[in-house]
Write a protein that binds this ligand. Structure first.
Ligand SMILES: Cc1cc2nc3c(=O)[nH]c(=O)nc-3n(C[C@H](O)[C@H](O)[C@H](O)COP(=O)(O)OP(=O)(O)OC[C@H]3O[C@@H](n4cnc5c(N)ncnc54)[C@H](O)[C@@H]3O)c2cc1C
Length: 319
């Protein structure tokens, strides 16, 4: 028989000493290798993932910049290009008589922006953007130089607190949650939400021979044993077949996994802005949503409310 598991949800922001360790943890969830995290492993690990093309891991945090309106003309190209970008966000911020711009995006979005503009007039500004902080340290290709005039770095997207301006916070502030021991059914629903960031335990690289699984309540709590026993038989059968395939010469682990059921337990990390979380929680805690994603979203909602007292009220279904 496999191992029946119970869901847990954890807000990762504030848990790590620095952003690189956070990104390392997000990446390592995919390979079940968190036990290898030590001092000094983060940056080489992130570099290794980027080199292998596993770039989505650097979407789990990002940078926010401030542009004072008096510099608008000198960096108009940048502002225009950011306005047209799917993954960078810009807000006009009016305060008394003055106007400014808040621009945010995850590390990958900034990296892509820099690459795309390498040979055009935006390049100098973008390069300065990239090099002010961030992955300038982790992604060696950018080097470090002074920030362009008129642009100041305001901090990580996971830490952005613009003096109680709730609209700006909802739009630019991000939250990252680790969700453990949920089914592949649930994570398939989760990854439909755009444009959030995800890193998920890989069935290609992780050994699933124990076959951890999630059993839905109408089966686990059924008054008679038949549904429970039927479900268990299916799990035992899948586990046995998986382990047989693992032993067969010439069969790859990532092919053997095709016999795994939807109930297979998985771990996933998800990052979204607070506005996106509000949308997802509203949709997925309704009585139309399925029980597992609803339970996860209720836990996420609770933790967001605890951390950010301004996070809006959402009516969640008890179903
Ligand atoms: C009860 C329920 C049943 C469902 N059943 C099915 C099903 O049977 N089959 C199925 O395939 N899916 C199903 N879904 C998934 C659903 O269709 C969405 O794909 C999923 O919920 C993602 O939510 P979203 O599209 O609102 O927004 P997100 O992807 O979270 O995006 C947030 C918002 O961004 C905007 N947006 C994002 N991308 C685009 C775009 N490309 N164009 C325009 N606007 C965009 C929209 O305003 C959107 O509301 C179901 C979802 C629910 C809650």
């Amino acid at each position: 028989m496999g191992n029946k598991v119970t869901m847990s949800v954890e807000l990762l922001d504030g848990k790590f000493d620095n952003v690189f360790t956070k990104l390392e943890a997000c990446g390592r969830i995919c390979y079940n290798s968190e036990s290898k995290m030590e001092e000094g492993t983060a940056i080489p690990y992130i570099e290794k993932l980027l080199k292998a093309g596993h770039e989505s891991v650097i979407e789990h945090d990002g940078m926010v910049f401030y542009v004072a309106d008096q510099y608008r003309d000198s960096i108009v190209d940048l502002i225009t290009s950011v306005s047209g970008s799917t993954h960078l966000k810009i807000s006009e911020h009016k305060w008394k008589m003055s106007k400014s711009y808040i621009i945010s995006g995850n590390f990958r979005a900034w990296r892509d922006h820099y690459r795309a503009s390498f040979k055009n007039p935006i390049a100098a500004t973008s390069k300065a953007f990239m090099s002010t902080h961030l992955l300038a340290l982790a992604i060696k290709d950018f080097g470090i130089s002074k920030a362009a005039q008129g642009i100041s770095y305001m901090g990580l997207t996971s830490q952005f607190r613009p003096n109680s301006n709730i609209d700006l916070e909802m739009k630019h502030l991000t939250a990252t949650f680790r969700i453990d021991n949920v089914s592949r059914v649930m994570t398939h629903q989760l990854v439909r939400h755009r444009p959030c960031a995800f890193s998920q335990r890989s069935q290609r690289w992780c050994n699933e021979s124990d076959l951890k699984y999630v059993m839905p309540p109408t089966i686990s709590e059924h008054e008679i044993d038949v549904p429970h026993n039927t479900f268990n038989s299916a799990i035992i059968e899948a586990k046995n077949r998986l382990n047989q395939l693992y032993e067969m010469p010439g069969v790859r682990k990532d092919d053997a996994r095709f016999v795994l059921p939807n109930a297979t337990a998985t771990n996933i990390v998800m990052t979204a802005t607070l506005n996106q979380w509000r949308h997802i929680i509203t949709l997925r805690t309704s009585d139309k949503a399925s029980w597992e994603i609803r339970d996860a979203m209720k836990l996420i909602y609770q933790q967001l409310k605890e951390r950010y007292d301004f996070f809006p009220e959402i009516e969640t279904a008890n179903a």
